[in-house]
Design a protein around this ligand. Structure first.
Ligand SMILES: *Cc1c(COP(=O)(O)O)cnc(C)c1O
Length: 388
């Protein structure tokens, strides 16, 4: 049997044709296809501005810089995320701290966030940036986070790497209604792909202009942004220290083509999720919780083993599934337990909910082109692994 991965891109002939068309055109790197992709994603999400970048990691870095995050500041995020959501703070020289997760949604807990803010405000240690991560594609409690942001004056950057195509309170994730910026990822395992790639959405013109500059070396060609009169049509000025975080037109063409199937992808994920829910309901598992205010993009289908009802460890069950060629995975190793963060002073026990969750979690295969026959193989293997 062919191994079944936990996630996989869906590439069709139209995607391939779109890429070839750009290869035959005059523009390979940032050109008209980028602007078109940006417009389409902004329109889909309901945001004013979009900036395509080389990855979500680059997007998080630029978003932090645009928020003015620096050495004397701190950034808070969830420990249940990919390391990039925290590393972006370190790139800016800021301190990073975490807010433990809600045991139901596995998202950053707003109760914990509020308690930590109350404490931090008495010590003048409030964060400059908070990055809620929409884990597995399900939105965080953004209304509450926005309310806290108002009160405690921090910038909110949503890490929506899992969540494109999902919604919150009937509105698309990415509309920035409750945040300053939203970052998307187009890595192949995510909801749509550009190979590598990411995007930052915002409704604020000041942030948009800053992000455009930082994406390309801190350089501007706009005479009104220059510190002195332009020397001529060739002239540009570097007014800040930026990067080369540009996406290529080749990637953007793939993105535009993928975007036309985004809703289909998410609907298919939901179909498969409904089948998992039904088939796994009787097993000693905690299945994904669904918040009534959110429509998840379902990037991941995570089961938690009820280890007190199973006479095996998570590792034993995981290994059995891998041996059966089901390429299950675990999302995520709590970021604060990584050696790099331990060396900064974090330790096991600091965020117990995320650690407890990590000890029991397994991500099952979920992607649009997963067939029902393949899914049944996964379901059967999970049943076998748990019962035996
Ligand atoms: C994938 C991912 C990233 C990084 O995305 P890249 O595009 O690979 O840089 C950041 N945050 C989360 C939550 C992710 O899942």
């Amino acid at each position: 049997m062919k191994p079944i991965p936990y996630g996989h891109q869906d590439i069709n002939q139209a995607d391939i044709d779109a890429v070839i068309e750009v290869l035959r055109s005059d523009w390979l790197t940032q050109g008209p296809t980028i602007s078109c992709f940006e417009r389409k994603v902004a329109e889909y999400c309901g945001a004013k501005y979009a900036v395509a970048v080389s990855s979500a990691t680059a997007g998080l870095h630029l978003a932090c810089l645009a928020a003015g995050l620096g050495e004397h500041d701190s950034l808070w995020t969830s420990p249940n995320t990919f390391v990039a959501s925290a590393n972006c703070g370190r790139y800016c020289g800021a301190q990073v701290d975490f807010v433990d997760i809600d045991p139901l949604s596995y998202n950053l807990s707003v109760t914990e966030l509020e308690n930590k803010l109350i404490q931090a405000s008495t010590q003048q240690k409030l964060p400059k940036v908070v990055i809620p991560v929409h884990f597995a594609g399900q939105s965080c409690d953004m209304a509450k986070i926005a309310q806290l942001a108002q009160h405690y004056q921090f910038t909110v950057i949503e890490d929506a790497s899992h969540a494109l195509g999902g919604s919150y309170r009937e509105q698309k994730i990415g509309n920035c209604a409750f945040s300053d910026m939203v970052v998307l990822s187009f890595h192949p395992v995510k909801i749509i792909t550009t190979g590598e790639g990411g995007m930052i959405l915002t409704n604020r013109l000041d942030l948009y202009e800053k992000l455009l500059q930082l994406r390309s070396h801190g350089i501007t060609r706009e005479p009104q942004q220059m510190r002195e009169a332009s020397h001529g049509a060739w002239y540009y000025q570097q007014i800040d220290l930026g990067y080369n975080y540009r996406m290529t037109d080749i990637q953007a063409a793939l993105g535009i083509s993928q975007l036309t199937r985004l809703d289909q992808f998410v609907a298919r994920r939901h179909q498969l999720v409904a089948r998992y829910h039904q088939a796994l309901a009787h097993l000693p598992l905690i299945l994904p919780y669904e918040d009534t205010e959110a429509y998840s993009a379902y990037h991941l289908y995570v089961i938690q083993l009820k280890l007190n009802e199973i006479s095996q460890t998570r590792k034993q069950i995981f290994d059995k599934l891998r041996a059966a060629n089901i390429l299950v995975n675990v999302h995520y190793i709590p970021v604060h337990t990584q050696p790099y963060y331990q060396q900064l002073g974090f330790k096991m026990g600091d965020f117990p909910q995320s650690e407890k969750y990590y000890g029991a979690a397994i991500s099952l295969p979920l992607f649009p082109s997963l067939t029902e026959v393949e899914q049944d193989t996964v379901i059967h293997a999970v049943q076998q692994a748990i019962i035996a």
